[in-house]
Design a binder for this molecule. Sequence first.
Ligand code: HEC
Length: 185
Amino acid sequence: MAIMATGLTATPVSAADNGMMALKERMQNQMKIMKPELKEKVQALSMDTKMSLMAIMAMHNRSSNQATLRQVMLEVLHDYQGMVMGIMTESAEMTADSARRLANHRIPRGGLLAYIGLENINDEKLASLDGFNSAVEGGAKRIAEAAEKGDFVTAGSILGEMATGCVNCHTMFRKFPGETDLLKD
Ligand code: HEC
């Protein structure tokens, strides 16, 4: 057990505290590379929003210092397709591996908030994230479990709930992909 010196006394640090400290460090590393205008918005979020962002982050232990959110999303789509392929070929392994990889997708460089526009960094908008996360990541984990029980009917039915989560998040936080301003309306 790690011992942390606090003044004159030594306080034992539990595994949960260690996890919390690692999480805070990841958040601080994200904050370090944010431009002041983004950092200000993030700092102004309520404690509830910050806690819910931390809880979502705790479910993803792969933070990238290279990947953009677009790259992460394409990997997510790839894993989604892997799940569909696994279900359609009744492969529990293919389905569960793709699903768990999707559920623990990379966190892009600087964190999600850097990619969704300053206008979306407020308590009201970010309150929806938890629901999207449950539909998508939660759905993927349930698909993995169903596939491992050989229940591909249930696994298949959850695909739709997941896709609804993807699309709802896009509707709220994404611009139309790949648009150009060099064409007439
Ligand atoms: C937390 C909200 C959120 C969830 C949930 C989400 N996405 Fe995304 N997605 C985004 C945002 C924001 C972008 C735009 C990223 C950018 O262009 O910087 C995006 C972009 C994409 C793109 C376009 C990539 C490109 O080349 O422009 C694809 C494909 C995609 N998402 C697939 C998915 C799939 C599949 C799921 C569900 C399994 C999903 N997304 C769930 C927020 C989300």
